[in-house]
Design a protein around this ligand. Structure first.
Ligand SMILES: Nc1nc2c(ncn2[C@@H]2O[C@H](COP(=O)(O)OP(=O)(O)OP(=O)(O)O)[C@@H](O)[C@H]2O)c(=O)[nH]1
Length: 394
């Protein structure tokens, strides 16, 4: 589907940049914009040229907003239509969906996101989704004396470069209001977006890692999952049409349109490339014809990858695996896409999620060397981290 991604604030612009770096040539990525009040954050991007970066909000004087969500909201209200116009070069009217990416604990991105979501819904018919990073608990904790209290305004630089007390991991800026900002922004986005995909930063940190040190890896995971979901069903030019193409309306139906909380699971499993030969001895050496694949190997690969996508780490926890709606997309070399195994996987997932409405599609990747699965669950029960965050404003 044609997706237009808008990265807002420090986290958002970095993910937008990462998507452009990894997927600019992929047909699903129809447009990318990076909007921030902070000149330094925009200046540090690599893949997006000047034409796709834009500093807004003169009132911020070229800096971040230091976590002042009220100031962010005011700027958002004042500049939403200007940001909408800034997207025009990339023909947003052709987009089949918009995705706003934002760090929920900040101010510039989190403040502007609701107003921009509203503006895009006013201008276009396509659904507006949001992917929002949840702050880590350590951001709101008082910093240790020897680390000193890095301010949120200095955060974009500090998150990337300053060393922490142990001298190895870049420290994470102290943001005392991060959880409250996130709670307010989640509510505002749920009211204005078709669905919200929270990304739980803390759940993705490895032991001893700080957000500052891990953010590039986390942004890579977020970009990969965005591509796995919104790029599913897009076939590279010249390849055969998938048996079951997943389109924008399938995703819209599966994810819902009422601001539901949704999670993206994804997994890949390496398989022997079946172009011109196979380890099962069924292919002709040197032949350009794809070799046949052993059925039990295909069944096992599909079963494993679907379970890994559902039960492995999701973008946010899915309590008990339950969801109102579920979408499954299985991809890989066509010879490996065993229809019965996919149907079994669908049934297993329906039981796991407790919902019948399982939409599924195939994403054939001729010549690929892995099978993959994307599992999207929408209308999930409230994840523990979301409950903690919401409680800060109850
Ligand atoms: N995954 C990830 N999370 C980030 C990154 N940068 C910041 N965050 C998270 O996003 C929240 C907001 O940070 P920013 O996006 O830098 O904030 P901003 O929107 O620029 O707002 P201000 O700095 O307050 O003006 C932080 O509290 C972190 O939880 C990043 O690069 N990757």
């Amino acid at each position: 589907m044609r997706l237009h991604v808008i990265g807002l604030g420090g986290a958002g612009v970095r993910v937008a940049d990462r998507l452009a770096a990894d997927h600019d040539d992929d047909p699903f990525l129809a447009g990318v914009n990076a909007f921030d009040t902070d000149m330094d954050a925009l200046g540090a991007l690599d893949a997006l040229g000047e034409d796709r970066r834009y500093r807004f909000g003169d009132a911020a004087g070229g800096d971040g907003l230091g976590g002042d969500l009220h100031a962010g909201r005011r700027l958002g209200d004042a500049h939403a239509s200007e940001l909408g116009r800034e997207m025009d070069d990339q023909r947003p009217s052709l987009a089949e969906a918009f995705l706003i990416v934002v760090g929920l604990g900040g101010a510039a991105g989190a403040g502007a996101a609701p107003a921009l979501a509203e503006e895009l819904s006013r201008l276009y018919d396509a659904p507006v989704y949001a992917l929002g990073f949840l702050p880590t608990p350590s951001e709101t904790e008082e910093p240790d004396g020897d680390e000193g209290p890095p301010s949120a305004a200095a955060g974009n630089a500090a998150a990337g470069s300053a060393a922490s007390g142990n001298g190895t991991e870049p420290r994470t800026p102290h943001r005392p209001l991060a959880e409250r900002n996130a709670a307010r922004t989640l509510d505002a986005l749920s009211d204005r977006c078709a669905a919200v995909f929270p990304f739980d930063n803390a759940a993705w940190l490895r032991p001893g890692e700080t957000l500052g040190g891990a953010r590039d890896r986390l942004n890579g995971v977020a970009a990969e999952r965005i591509a796995a979901l919104f790029g599913a069903g897009e076939t590279p030019e010249g390849t055969s049409t998938p048996q079951q193409v997943l389109d924008a309306s399938d995703v819209a139906r599966a994810v819902g349109g009422d601001g539901e909380i949704a999670a993206i699971g994804h997994a890949t499993q390496a398989v022997e490339s079946s172009e011109g030969g196979s380890r099962f001895g069924l292919g002709l050496f040197g032949s350009s014809e794809p070799a046949e694949v052993d059925t039990s190997a295909a069944v096992s690969a599909i079963e494993t990858v679907i379970r890994k996508a559902a039960r492995g780490k999701n973008t946010v926890e899915v309590p008990d695996g339950r969801a109102d709606r579920t979408l499954l997309v299985v991809g890989g070399p066509p010879q490996w896409l065993n229809r019965e195994a996919i149907a079994d996987g669908r049934r297993w997932l329906a039981g796991e999620a407790g919902s019948d409405a399982i939409l599924s599609g195939d994403a054939p990747v001729p010549g690929g060397d892995a099978v993959s699965a994307v599992v999207v669950r929408s209308g999930v029960d409230e994840p523990e981290r979301l409950r903690e965050i919401r409680e800060t404003i109850r």
